[in-house]
Design a protein. Structure first.
Length: 283
C-alpha cells in the first residue's frame, strides 16, 4: 500500500512535467518559428521560395543580405532608430529613477495616490493619444520630423513601467545604509548616487532594455511624425516591402537584419531582465 501511495504522485508529476514540456515546445515553435523562417528565407532565392516555401537554402545565397547592408537607406533607418531609442532610454531611465526614488524612500501625504497615477499609466496605450500627440509635437512644440519629437513621447509612455519596476527595488534597500551615510556627512543626493542607484542597478538595466526594445520596435508614432530620411527601421521595412514586393527573399533579409540589434540586446541581458523583474515582484 505504501509503495503504491508513493508511486502514484510521482507518476502524476511525471505526466505533468511532460505536459509542461510539450506546451513549452509548442510555444517556442510558434514564437521562434517565424523568426527562423525569415532568417532562412533571406538566404534563398525567390525561385527557391516559390518552388519549396518551407525548404532549406540550397544553395545558400548571401546576396540578399549583402545588398541590404550595402544600401544607404538601411543605414539611414538604422541610425535614426538607434538615436531615437537611445534618447528614449536615457530620458525614461533618468526621470524614472528620479520619480521612483522619492516615491520609495520618502513619506509624504498623497504618496500612494501619486504612485497610482503611474500604475494607471500602464493602462493608457500610446495608440489612443497619437492624434493629440501629433498636434502637440508638430504644431505646438515645432518638433515634427525630428528625433526628439518621437523620443520624448515614447519616454513619457515608458515612465509608468519604469517607476513601477524601480520603486520596489528602492523600497527594499535597508534604511540603515541611508542613515549611516547621512551620519557620515553624505547629502541626500550623494546617498542617492553613491548607494541607492548602484544597489538598484538590476532594475535600472531591466527598464533600460525594455525602453530600448520598445522604442526600436515602435511603429505608429514614428509613422505619423517622421518623413523621408528621418524614418526608422520599422518604417523602412514597410517601405522596402512596398518597393520590392516581388522580391520576397530580399524583404525577408531586410526584416531579419532589422530585428537583430534588439534581439541581441535582449538575449544578452535576459538574465538581468529576469532578475530585475523578480526583484520588482518580491519588492
Amino acid at each position: 500500500m505504501s509503495v503504491t501511495t508513493n508511486l502514484a504522485p510521482r507518476g502524476r508529476r511525471g505526466g505533468n512535467n511532460v505536459l509542461v514540456y510539450l506546451v513549452s515546445l509548442i510555444v517556442v515553435a510558434i514564437t521562434v518559428g517565424p523568426v527562423l523562417y525569415g532568417a532562412m528565407g533571406g538566404f534563398r532565392t525567390n525561385a527557391q521560395l516559390a518552388e519549396k516555401p518551407t525548404g532549406l537554402p540550397d544553395p545558400w545565397v548571401i546576396s540578399n543580405y549583402s545588398s541590404v547592408l550595402s544600401g544607404g537607406s538601411f543605414w539611414t533607418y538604422a541610425i535614426n532608430s538607434t538615436v531615437i531609442a537611445v534618447i528614449t532610454t536615457v530620458v525614461a531611465v533618468v526621470f524614472g529613477v528620479m520619480a521612483a526614488y522619492p516615491l520609495a524612500r520618502y513619506r509624504f501625504k498623497g504618496r500612494e495616490a501619486l504612485f497610482m497615477v503611474f500604475v494607471l499609466g500602464l493602462l493608457f496605450p500610446a495608440a489612443v493619444a497619437v492624434i493629440p500627440l501629433f498636434i502637440l509635437v508638430t504644431r505646438d512644440l515645432g518638433m515634427g520630423n525630428t528625433w526628439w519629437g518621437v523620443a520624448l513621447p515614447q519616454a513619457a509612455f515608458a515612465l509608468p513601467l519604469t517607476v513601477v519596476i524601480l520603486r520596489p527595488f528602492l523600497m527594499a534597500l535597508p534604511r540603515e545604509l541611508e542613515e549611516a551615510a547621512l551620519i557620515d556627512g553624505a547629502s541626500r543626493i550623494g546617498v542617492f548616487w553613491r548607494i541607492m542607484l548602484p544597489l538598484s542597478m538590476p532594475g535600472v538595466i531591466t527598464v533600460a532594455v525594455l525602453a530600448f526594445v520598445t522604442s526600436w520596435n515602435a511603429y505608429i508614432l514614428p509613422l505619423l511624425l517622421l518623413q523621408d530620411d528621418m524614418r526608422t527601421l520599422p518604417l523602412g521595412v514597410a517601405d522596402f516591402s512596398t518597393e520590392h514586393s516581388a522580391d520576397t527573399a530580399g524583404v525577408l533579409a531586410f526584416t531579419t537584419i532589422a530585428m537583430i540589434p534588439a534581439l541581441v540586446l535582449f538575449l544578452a541581458l535576459q538574465r538581468r531582465i529576469v532578475s530585475g523583474l523578480q526583484g520588482a515582484v518580491k519588492g
